[in-house]
Design a protein. Structure first.
Length: 437
């Protein structure tokens, strides 16, 4: 994997995005010119960086935010829009490493992450098509047993109320021949991620945050103070928050090389259909829920506010975009919903998710005054907002909640930058075979 190929693929994958086509962006902020002094430097204007900036500005810190491209041009502005309780890893890493109290704290914070979305929507007047309701589905008897056992454990241990269905009863929740079990809960839900992210950017600016777009950090001199250099300027700050995730090292390989091997950029892809007759979405998915299966290589989907099916899935552990992506994704969608056979596909896009080896979030420190947030592993819509809150608290001297995450142990991906991709491809092939059984 080369950094150039990652960035080239990333740029190309955002050319036909439904989200970009359905918003009106403000003109780009000017790139950084000259030297700026701030209390806190934030790198990356996605959900995590913007949330950090908002929380810090609300505490009275002067914040300068450097974004390599545009606000929410990466995963925060392209994802499936699913705001999900919990963690991609489940709670097992927390239970095993931190015990029941640490796991309970992590669970409670994941609930807070969802509440925080609604708080910010209300506080800053963000119109982003927010909907409550989430449906987990299973494609085989083995997966159905696993789903039921998981939901029973979550209700028993953490109080997550779910409505489980199996057999023909599943059709009450989703009109698909593919699924033999489902579980519905209304704490999770979905939204238009780019509308939400642009709303966060407006909120940050209203609080005095300086946002510089098209300003990748090329060099970071650690110490007190920190100095981040771009092509035409520098930010000098007492503290720093790195929230660039899997493109941080692609733009600046020497910025934080010690954390880059702890996450892997994984490509994931979405199609958007033409608008459907309004009655059809209500027929296919009850209560307008977002949906995700429990396969390792999973499908995730929902309807947009203008009645388009937004269907995601199909992963790649290389930087190459899969061949015939539109047709491949359309076939996956039609397998789930035969009623959508032949529906025109208006949009096809994708991007890279920052996956940690155990799929648990990876938050931590590099020295005394530099923090990093990464490893959201597909749960970033809600979790990245919480990350910004807890890192701001830690920076202000209240680190207990941040340290719930920082205490988690993480492994580097095996094989180094050149061999880890083939290793993971083999692992994915194994899990894909398991999903099919």
């Amino acid at each position: 994997m080369s950094f150039d190929s990652l960035l080239d693929s990333d740029i190309q994958l955002n050319q036909k995005s439904y989200y970009e086509a359905s918003v009106q962006r403000d003109p780009a902020s000017a790139p950084l010119q000259g030297e700026v002094r701030a209390d806190v430097l934030v790198v990356g204007a996605g959900f995590a960086g913007l949330s950090s900036a908002i929380e810090l500005a609300q505490r009275g810190y002067r914040v300068a935010l450097l974004e390599a491209d545009r606000v929410c041009s990466g995963a925060s502005g392209r994802n499936g829009g699913q705001a999900i309780v919990g963690y991609a890893s489940g709670l097992a890493p927390f239970e095993q490493q931190l015990g029941p109290d640490g796991a309970r704290s992590a669970w409670d914070m994941s609930l807070e992450a969802l509440d925080l979305i609604d708080e910010r929507i209300a506080q800053f007047g963000i119109d982003c098509d927010r909907v409550d309701g989430y449906l987990y589905v299973a494609t085989s008897a083995r997966k159905a047993r696993a789903l039921q056992a998981w939901m029973q454990a979550m209700q028993r241990d953490y109080g997550l109320a779910t409505e489980f269905a199996s057999g023909a009863d599943v059709q009450r929740h989703i009109q698909s021949p593919l699924y033999c079990a489902s579980a519905y809960e209304n704490r999770s839900g979905h939204l238009h991620p780019l509308k939400y992210g642009l709303g966060l950017a407006r909120a940050a600016r209203s609080l005095g945050v300086q946002i510089f777009e098209h300003s990748p950090v090329l060099e970071l001199r650690k110490g007190a103070p920190l100095t981040a250099r771009t092509a035409k300027g520098a930010v000098v700050a007492q503290f720093g928050v790195l929230a660039g995730n899997c493109t941080l090292s692609a733009y600046g390989p020497q910025v934080a090389p010690e954390i880059a091997p702890r996450i892997m950029p994984v490509g994931t892809y979405i199609i958007g259909t033409a608008p459907l007759a309004p009655a059809l979405p209500a027929q296919l998915i009850a209560r307008n829920a977002a949906v995700c299966d429990n396969n390792f290589v999973l499908d995730y989907f929902r309807f947009s506010a203008d009645h388009r099916m937004l269907f995601g899935g199909r992963v790649s552990y290389s930087t190459r975009t899969p061949a015939q992506l539109r047709q491949v994704m359309a076939r996956r969608m039609e397998r789930v919903f035969p009623a959508l056979q032949g529906v025109p596909i208006d949009f096809v896009w994708g991007g890279f998710v920052d996956i940690s080896a155990n799929r648990a979030p990876d938050f931590g420190r590099l020295g005394d005054n530099l923090y990093y947030l990464q490893g959201f592993s597909g749960h970033g819509v809600a979790l990245a907002g919480l990350a910004g809150r807890v890192v701001a608290q830690a920076l202000a001297g209240q680190a207990e909640r941040f340290d719930v995450f920082a205490r988690l142990q993480h492994r580097k991906f095996p094989g180094g930058p050149w061999l880890r991709t083939p290793t993971l491809v083999l692992g994915m092939a194994y899990h894909a075979l398991r999903d099919a059984l």
